[in-house]
Design a protein around this ligand. Structure first.
Ligand code: ATP
Ligand code: MG
Length: 565
């Protein structure tokens, strides 16, 4: 599938094009995707991945995968592994360019020493609390630390001893000597190193001082020779500080470009909140199919192609906005419409006896696998005396506008015959409808010449004796409110969690051809939506299907209306 052929350009692509025309970096394009391994990747990260890897591919450049692992207390190898498999699944490859900020700890330490030698940094004995108090506000200048004037010799000695583990956690920091009166708070002598005895997932206990993100990030980009350092808007105010470090150190200076992060309706895209959803048990794990994580989305049945198309379509802008989650669903529908074979499945079975069909007899009817793609061919579907249809497709007293099955009424069974409902059998105690007794008209076989008789509805069905039992999980938005943050003053954001986001239907019946469906296989269940075989909970004994999306395309409908206006 060609994803960028028709895509509109965007300001970052224009910047890169211009830099190349000016032969900046000798025309080289080198980007990176820099996740912190403190959680699973989400759909917002997909936007950044597609952008960074996409631009590199487009301009014949390279894109690194770099783990920004400067905060040992929150990071873990589990996250490193999940991030790698998610990036690969999305369709991108970093070859041997898998880097870690922690690989640069020694180099970063030397950079810090350089800044100490040029009197651009100092060891500060203020506590974190005192530093905060000294910082000032947006309208008020900060106060200089009493330790700011330390001599170069004393600073070098103290910093080396910080590294050697002579001082307790939090007792000292290394700070950049920039400007406590700067209108930009990030420039008010930011912390570069802190003392922290925590075991790092890669460097173990080698270090007891760790660089801050602000000190590590820009220098890591520089070390890797990154040409375009693409990040989200909240780093715009950090750029002057990154520039300051690079200029003081006189090292390769990547160009930082900020873009708006992706926000989605009915969704949270913050690793901190996603972690809480997992820890507090609102979902079954990081890969719960309701989660906006790539692991969850993948398990839900989304294709990587549909995500790449989505990321291309939402575009790249400088201003924050929120994308309708219906657009994401539209993208996967569009993709699966062409690719997923169609089958019949009954989610809430209602027994139908075809009274004039001989007992013990069965026949095979021909069904089209996907009308969008004749290449996908046809298959045989067994028909017999006892069938299941959807409970919803029958009403004893049909309301106006209900054209499906009702007493005395005829409908067509897809790929089969016209049937008529002659009798309704009810449970004597509850009064619930438990069975329909119908007759079929043998002259109305689908595709036969005589089948021209008009009925108002066509229903899906399965043959009871041939069908396979399965479980189906139907999902709704994890957050009921369009804006997941929209809660009353003081209320917790979890207030908006939709208590009905998962419906499990344990006794569905699906066509026999699904017996050997493999984990991850995707299908359209006719009239019901797109489903995929759950790769975690399905086994030889139990088939579990996740509904990826329904067939109702709210986005396409709204688009049509917008065009008509
Ligand atoms: P979160 O706010 O969810 O914790 P983060 O920005 O801290 O995300 P990182 O691991 O630092 O997570 O992100 C890696 C890269 O992905 C960064 O370049 C970041 O800017 C980008 N990114 C994160 N969230 C989004 C988003 N919603 N839309 C676009 N890019 C994002
Ligand atoms: Mg971040």
């Amino acid at each position: 599938m060609s994803e960028s052929a028709t895509a509109p350009s965007h300001f970052i692509r224009n910047i890169v094009t211009e830099d190349r025309q000016n032969n900046k970096n000798n025309g080289r394009v080198h980007t990176r995707f820099p996740p912190e391994p403190n959680g699973y990747l989400h759909i917002g990260h997909a936007k950044s991945i597609c952008l960074n890897f996409g631009l590199a591919a487009e301009f014949g450049g390279l894109c690194n995968l770099r783990f920004d692992d400067t905060n040992p207390s929150k990071e873990d190898v589990e996250y490193v592994e999940s991030i790698k498999s998610d990036v690969r699944w999305l369709g991108f490859d970093w070859d041997d360019r898998e880097f870690y900020a922690s690989d640069y700890f020694e180099q970063l330490y030397r950079f810090a020493v350089e800044l100490l030698e040029s009197a651009d940094a100092y060891v500060c004995d203020l506590s974190a609390d005192e530093i905060r108090k000294h910082r000032g506000t947006l309208t008020e200048a900060g106060k200089e630390s009493p330790y700011r004037a330390r001599s170069v010799e004393e600073n070098l000695d103290l910093f080396q001893r910080m590294r050697a583990g002579e001082f307790p956690d939090g007792s000292r920091t290394l700070r950049a000597k920039v400007d406590m009166a700067s209108p930009n708070l990030n420039m008010r002598d930011p912390v570069m190193y802190r003392i922290l005895r925590a075991t790092h997932h890669r460097t173990g206990d080698k270090w007891c001082i760790y660089p801050t993100y602000d000190f590590a990030h820009g220098q890591s980009d520089s070390i890797e020779g990154i040409t375009h350092s693409i990040c989200t808007l909240e780093f715009e105010d950090h750029r002057p500080l990154y520039d300051w470090f690079l200029d003081k150190l006189k090292i390769h200076h990547p160009r930082q470009i900020e873009f708006a992060r992706l926000n989605l309706t009915h969704t949270v895209l913050s690793k901190r909140k996603l972690l809480q959803l997992v820890q507090r048990g609102y979902v079954a794990g990081w890969d719960d199919p309701r989660m906006p994580t790539l692991a969850g989305i993948r398990r839900r049945g989304y294709t990587p192609e549909s995500l790449r198309v989505f990321c291309e379509r939402i575009g790249v802008a400088k201003r924050n906005s929120t994308v309708d989650v219906a657009m994401l669903e539209h993208c996967v529908r569009e993709d699966l419409n062409r690719r997923a074979p169609r089958v019949m499945a009954v989610l809430r079975p209602l027994r139908v006896i075809i009274t004039n069909y001989p007992e013990g007899q069965a026949e095979e009817l021909e069904a089209v696998n996907n009308p969008e793609d004749p290449q996908m061919g046809t298959r045989k579907v067994p028909f017999s005396r006892v069938l299941y249809i959807e409970q919803d497709d029958f009403r004893e007293t049909p309301p106006k506008g209900f054209f499906r099955l009702a007493p005395g009424r005829e409908v067509r069974l897809r790929y089969a015959y016209i049937i008529k409902c002659d009798e309704v059998v009810k449970d004597p105690t509850s009064g619930a409808v438990i069975e329909l007794r119908c007759s079929y008209d043998p002259e109305t076989k689908s595709g036969s010449v005589q089948s021209g008789r008009k009925v108002k509805a066509t229903l899906h069905w399965v043959s009871a004796a041939h069908a396979v039992e399965a479980e189906a999980r139907l999902y709704d938005h994890l957050f009921a409110a369009e804006n997941s943050d929209d809660v009353e003053e003081g209320a917790d954001w979890t207030r908006n969690i939709n208590p009905n986001s998962l419906e499990t239907l344990a006794s569905c019946r699906v066509e026999p051809c699904l017996k050997d469906a493999a984990p991850g296989d995707r299908y359209q269940f006719e009239r019901l939506g797109y489903f995929c075989v759950d790769p975690v909970d399905s086994s030889d004994r139990k088939l579990v299907f996740n509904r990826t999306v329904t067939l109702r395309d709210a986005w396409a409908k709204a688009e049509k209306a917008r065009k008509r206006e």
